[in-house]
Design a protein around this ligand. Structure first.
Ligand code: AMP
Ligand code: MG
Length: 487
């Protein structure tokens, strides 16, 4: 446990894996590091020493100029399907400093994003720019506030160095905290570039790190597959329920822990439209909002393929076992999604008519280009004058059937409202607010805008103090807002 600088010890159990899985690296020295964002609450929750990490000496450790006791910095090897094409990847601009055990006994990775070239950098410089690192900080912390599993951001540190992209940008590092950085792509790497023993060691390590050993009997690798399928079905349903579009759901960006990872071109949908795409490189809309659940199972199929040699000695049998596990995904996803939607509409129990009720509201929202988050916010508040959709006959008819459905359950208005409030956020990391906050920081060195926004993002389900500024619908909808990998 890390309590003060003397006890600030790291481990790296990942190095117990065969050495094809990583490359030992030393982060590039940063001459002029400046802490521009620091997540005090996260540091406290994790049991890290706040005062030390905030000190001049602490920053030297945070950026990897000095190494904490027990730290063995590595870049992890992984492969992956990028937009459907398989390739060898690996941490090209991230270095894992090590692992630590938090206050409540959970093991976490501490990783530097933008720490310089590694064995896996290919043509890249291993660096990151300030804007995108602040963006990951804001959106990942926003996701945490929304109660969606995610990697967290402990700090952003400007390096004082230039990073050359299409223009010259200020460099920065993000200190990322994650349950682990094991990805679907890590298993694809093991299957394609290692032998069965390597694959087995990775699977055993993963089981040991993330899943309760005593909760499974029989083939533990099938258990691993089933758990990952379940966790991803749950995670992606949560994305859909808040209108989050990841933007680059390549298999290397899908974790085994079930945490959202790699905030590059992600963004939140404004008007409800399943075809919404923000990423400038997603020309065919492979990762559009409405495609995310399907891509989930596509990626999980790649995971299952990687595990085949461990599922059964007979390959045909192994395929059958994997297919059966995968066939459960749709049912799990629908269950999570419709349960979540029911809660958004104040429904406590399940009735056959619910799916129709939910889908017809979405159809009306699509027809009127209604803002996704605001529609549910206004339904919760009962502000039915607020939006044009509410004046339509389609909606009036729908509203009657919703009220009739609400009356069927034995719940008070107050109980219904509470359920809706805890499922419909008043604030999300909206594109234009995120952009303005980053601009103020990068162009004017003014971090007050980000910090105020981050405060609001901590409690998105708090209806006692709704911010008018942050719950406002953008005057110009953010489509065709473009996001870039420029990360
Ligand atoms: P991402 O789009 O963040 O998921 O990254 C995809 C792959 O590109 C990963 O293997 C990254 O490590 C690598 N990569 C991204 N940016 C850089 C960079 N500036 N230098 C080296 N590798 C990079
Ligand atoms: Mg990635």
């Amino acid at each position: 446990m890390i309590q003060d600088n003397k006890n600030l010890k790291l481990e790296n159990t990942y190095c117990e894996l065969p050495n094809i899985f990583y490359s030992k690296e030393i982060p590039e020295k940063i001459l002029n590091p400046k802490l521009v964002e620091f997540n005090k609450e996260l540091a406290e929750d994790l049991g890290l020493d706040l005062k030390f990490l905030n000190s001049d000496e602490g920053i030297q450790y945070l950026v990897g100029n000095k190494l904490l006791e027990g730290s063995t910095p590595i870049a992890q090897a992984y492969a992956g399907h990028q937009f459907g094409h398989f390739t060898m990847l690996g941490d090209g601009r991230a270095i894992l400093l090590g692992e630590f055990i938090s206050r409540n006994g959970q093991r976490f990775d501490i990783q530097l994003k933008g720490a310089g070239k590694t064995k896996y950098s290919r043509g890249g410089d291993g660096k990151a720019a300030l804007g995108p690192m602040l963006r990951e900080y804001i959106i990942s912390e926003g996701m945490y506030g929304l109660k969606i599993p995610t990697t967290r951001s402990l700090a952003v540190i400007s390096t004082g160095e230039n990073v050359i992209r299409e223009e010259i940008l200020e460099g920065a590092l993000l200190v990322r905290i994650a349950k682990s950085h094991i990805r679907v792509g890590t298993f694809q790497f093991a299957r394609n570039f290692g032998d069965v023993e390597d694959l087995k060691k990775l699977a055993d390590y993963t089981l040991n790190r993330h899943f309760k050993k005593d909760s499974y009997e029989g083939n533990s690798y099938l258990y691993l597959l089933k758990e990952v399928i379940n966790n991803q079905a749950k995670l992606i349903s949560k994305w859909q329920l808040v209108g989050f579009i990841h933007g680059v759901m390549n298999t290397d960006n899908m974790t085994i822990s079930g945490e959202t990872i790699d905030y590059g071109p992600c963004a939140f949908m404004d008007s409800y439209d399943i075809n919404t795409v923000f990423s400038s490189i997603d020309i065919n809309g492979r990762y559009a909002y409405g495609n995310q659940p399907k891509i989930g199972v596509w990626n999980l199929t790649r995971f299952a393929e990687s595990l085949l040699p461990l599922l059964d000695d007979d390959i045909d049998n192994a395929i059958k076992i994997a297919e059966e596990a995968l066939s459960n995904y749709g049912k799990l996803y629908n269950e999570y999604y419709f349960n979540g939607m029911r809660a958004k509409l104040g429904l406590f129990n399940k009735e056959e008519e619910d799916e129709n009720l939910i889908l017809s509201l979405l159809t009306i929202m699509n027809k009127f280009k209604a803002d996704y988050t605001s529609t549910f916010l206004n339904l919760t508040l009962g502000n039915l004058e607020e939006m044009s959709i509410f004046k339509s006959d389609d909606f009036k008819k729908w509203y009657e059937s919703w009220q009739a459905r609400l009356a069927k359950q034995n719940k008070s208005r107050d109980e219904i409202k509470k359920l809706m409030q805890s499922n419909n956020p008043t604030v999300i990391p909206r594109n234009y607010i995120v952009e303005n906050a980053i601009k103020a920081a990068v162009n004017n060195n003014d971090y007050s805008v980000i910090n105020k926004f981050l405060e609001a993002l901590k409690n998105p389900y708090d209806y006692s103090n709704i911010s008018e500024e942050y719950s406002k619908i953008p005057e110009v909808p953010s489509c065709p807002y473009k996001t870039y990998c420029g990360t």
